[in-house]
Design a binder for this molecule. Structure first.
Ligand code: PEP
Length: 270
């Protein structure tokens, strides 16, 4: 599999942690501790802290991107408490869509997730589509079928070329691994990434989906990230709990940078 054209990405999902008063300082610390131009770094704070994090990272070198954790599927209207894609202009350049916590707590369906992706791409936001199976589904041998259905349900109505141009990223996040301290095995995550690329290829993506970046998410730490980045099919991580700890982020991004350099120049890096 050709991986050289895909970036290595580490995205931090801060979930419902930090406030506008402390998020900027944490973002600055993480930016400084992870400064590496070979890794695409994204910090996704709560909506209310987006402006603080944007301001804190404005002068970061190398640049570090800001993402939102969700976006509404309509542009505007009577949707109390919601945030639409155009409202994120100037605050974020990425957005997480279809996180399992939103599927669980807000009842988001694949169809709704697909509409959010459409809004994100129209607004110039790069979506990170989260997919993943439950533990009982994996036990029943259904993991690949479940994720295939999620990807088809979210992406199937979109033009593949538009999603590719819009910079879509998929995060494979087995639900049983999120926030539990349990992780998938690297080889299983790799198989799932291969399956996701087969699905998008079937949906019309160029080159068998070879250009689609796929992240692993689920209890990633500096101690276990290597297992996932050793897999050529995996292009980085979506990190939850550990992303609030600068030491952890420093270790994760340092390992990601090794992979990025090895992919850019496999001969020089051995
Ligand atoms: C996540 O929020 O997407 C996630 C994977 O969380 P954690 O790393 O805490 O499991």
């Amino acid at each position: 599999m050709i991986t050289a054209m895909r970036p290595v990405i580490v995205a931090a999902n801060w979930k419902m942690h930090t406030t506008p008063a402390d998020a900027g300082e944490l973002a600055r610390t993480i930016a400084r501790r992870t400064a590496d131009a070979d890794v695409v770094r994204i910090v996704c704070p709560p909506f209310v802290a987006l402006a603080a994090v944007r301001d804190a990272l404005a002068d970061a070198a190398p640049p570090i991107a800001v993402g939102a954790q969700n976006v509404h599927h309509e542009l505007h209207g009577a949707f109390t408490g919601e945030v639409s894609a155009p409202m994120l202009a100037g605050l974020a350049t990425w957005v997480i869509v279809g996180h399992s916590e939103r599927r669980r707590d807000a009842g988001e369906t694949d169809m709704l997730v697909g509409r959010k992706i459409g809004r994100a791409v129209e607004a110039g936001l790069r979506p990170i589509l989260c997919v993943g199976e439950q533990h009982n589904e994996r036990d029943a041998g259904l993991a690949e079928a479940v994720v295939d259905a999620q990807v088809r349900g979210a992406l199937g109505t979109h033009d593949a070329a538009v999603l590719e141009a819009g910079g879509l990223v998929v995060a494979y996040e087995p639900v049983w691994a999120i926030g539990t301290g349990h992780t998938a095995r690297g080889a299983d995550a790799s198989d799932m990434a291969d399956g996701i690329r087969r699905t998008v290829a079937d949906l019309g993506w160029a080159d068998g989906g070879a250009g689609l970046p796929i992240l692993y998410g689920g209890s990633v730490t500096s101690a276990n990230i290597a297992e996932f980045l050793a897999e050529p099919a995996i292009d980085g991580a979506l990190v939850g709990g550990a992303s609030l700890q600068p030491d952890e982020m420093a270790g994760i991004v340092a390992r990601a940078a090794m992979t990025a350099r090895a992919r850019l120049d496999p001969i020089a890096t051995g």
